[in-house]
Design a protein around this ligand. Structure first.
Ligand SMILES: *Cc1c(COP(=O)(O)O)cnc(C)c1O
Length: 464
């Protein structure tokens, strides 16, 4: 592209309402090797729609199990809700490029422009919509730092649904602000593990004084959903249906890039359970799977919770209570809890089974980064681009900057696109630690990881 054309690319590429996606894209439809099915932990047989519908809403069960349909129409009511905060801007990071002195062209898709502060609202509204359509009274869920709980309470209050959130106790105590945002939107927030559920009481009896984990909170939320009439459980990441809803991120990104004839070389996203990354890469991965184009796709995870880079590709539980279906994924074991000094989010022990299969089959790469270098990147980014990034998102910033600096060495003008999943206003305790020089890194030893691996169930499928 000539320098003249180059000038024409605006700082922010917006789409009109007409250009917004009308259907979600299901990456699985183009995968030759489909992600392995969820298994019933009792029988080790694939979960049927009927079994799943005791836990999840019916329409979402259909989406979960559908590996064939490429495009799923977005209901008009969800499209309308999206219009309140979407399309999200695709920003050309001119200031960061200049600061780094790189010939690379860097773009980021910014999902932090809504009160929940992250991409999670894209799936929260969809899940709440289908629950409402089914005539349910409410939904239950877990939340760690609180982004998902906040997004879900916004969606539920909009649709008039009850919302019960189990919040990991350490976050409940250390992050009171997000808790209050959820309560302001009308959600009922309980610190987990709690005495209000059987599984919570059991976990507390075994580990008195535990500050909780996402896995515990999932177990409690599932128990409440399955024991209360008119309630279902909803999950903000990991599941196929969540990746489907999040494809709106990638579809918008692709439309925006196509408007200017831009073809990315490298696409980067942080990976907790894999939903934002799965959403961002969806249409690009589709092209790659169909052999129409090639892209380098990089998942970035914390070195303190390295599911992709050091985990095992096995069937495992998604929760600590071991009551949820088994998913085949890169996992550190459902008993794995990241070191307490880990501040940067992305602390789930497993990973989306779709992304796990794609990684296993060589369609994407993964990289683990340490939290102090992540916060350094976050600070550099904030100082030139203005946005205060979420620590999770900053994992992607770090690797995008690394790749841009490699281009500086080689002189290559690569186009890098990364997902900036959210803002960090509620993570200022972590920023404070970083600013005070009190942040440290902890990389689990092989022995630490072995303890987690020992909890991976010994089922026939795992012995193959
Ligand atoms: C939840 C969250 C993530 C990680 O979740 P994924 O499902 O892996 O996308 C990343 N960034 C932000 C801001 C989040 O809230």
């Amino acid at each position: 592209m000539t320098a003249m054309n180059e000038q024409k690319i605006p700082y922010k590429i917006y789409l009109s309402e007409d250009e917004m996606p009308k259907a979600w894209y299901n990456m699985r439809s183009d995968m030759k090797v489909k992600p392995a099915p969820l298994l019933n932990p009792g029988t080790c047989k694939p979960m049927t729609a009927e079994e799943l519908s005791g836990v999840f809403c019916e329409e979402l069960v259909q989406q979960e199990l559908d590996d064939e349909t490429a495009f799923v129409p977005i209901p008009q009511e969800i499209q309308n809700f999206y219009k309140m905060y979407r399309p999200s801007p695709l920003v050309r990071a001119y200031c960061l490029e200049e600061k780094l002195g790189t010939p690379a062209k860097i773009y980021y898709k910014f999902e932090g422009n809504n009160t929940s502060g992250s991409h999670k609202l894209n799936s929260a509204i969809a899940q709440a919509y289908y629950a409402k359509k089914q005539g349910l009274k409410g939904v239950t869920t877990e939340t760690g730092a609180g982004q998902w709980g906040t997004a879900l309470s916004m969606a539920c209050s909009y649709l008039g649904l009850d919302c019960k959130v189990f919040m990991v106790k350490v976050s409940y105590e250390q992050k009171p602000f997000r808790r209050e945002v959820m309560r302001t939107y009308g959600a009922d927030v309980t610190p987990s593990p709690s005495m209000t559920t059987e599984v919570g009481r059991k976990i507390l009896a075994e580990h008195p004084g535990t500050t909780g984990s996402l896995g515990c909170a999932i177990s409690e939320a599932v128990e409440v959903a399955t024991t209360h009439e008119g309630y279902r459980y909803v999950l903000g990441s990991v599941l196929n249906q969540v990746l489907l809803h999040q494809s709106v991120i990638g579809l918008e990104t692709k439309t925006a890039l196509d408007k200017y004839g831009i073809k990315p070389d490298i696409i980067i996203g942080c990976a907790g359970g894999g939903s934002n990354l799965g959403g961002l890469i969806a249409p690009f991965m589709g092209e790659k799977l169909r052999g129409e184009a090639d892209y380098r796709i990089i998942a970035v995870e914390p070195a303190s919770c390295p599911s992709f880079t050091r985990g095992k590709f096995k069937y495992d539980f998604c929760d600590t209570g071991m009551i949820c279906p088994l998913a085949k994924m890169y996992t550190l074991g459902s008993g794995f809890i990241p070191s307490p000094n880990h501040a940067g989010g992305l602390r789930f022990h497993g990973m989306s089974s779709t992304l796990s299969q794609l990684y296993h089959d060589g369609y994407m790469e993964a990289r683990a980064v340490e939290q102090t270098e992540v916060f350094e990147a976050a600070e550099q980014f904030a100082r030139v681009e203005g946005i205060l990034p979420a620590p999770e998102s900053s994992h992607a910033i770090k690797v995008a900057m690394d790749e841009a600096l490699k281009c500086k060495e080689t002189g290559e003008e690569k186009t890098i696109v990364f997902g900036l999943t959210g803002t960090g206003y509620f993570d200022l305790v972590a920023y404070q630690k970083f600013n005070d020089g009190e942040m440290s890194d902890y990389i689990p030893t092989d022995e630490d990881l072995e303890k987690g691996f020992a909890g991976i169930p010994d089922i026939p499928q795992n012995r193959e």
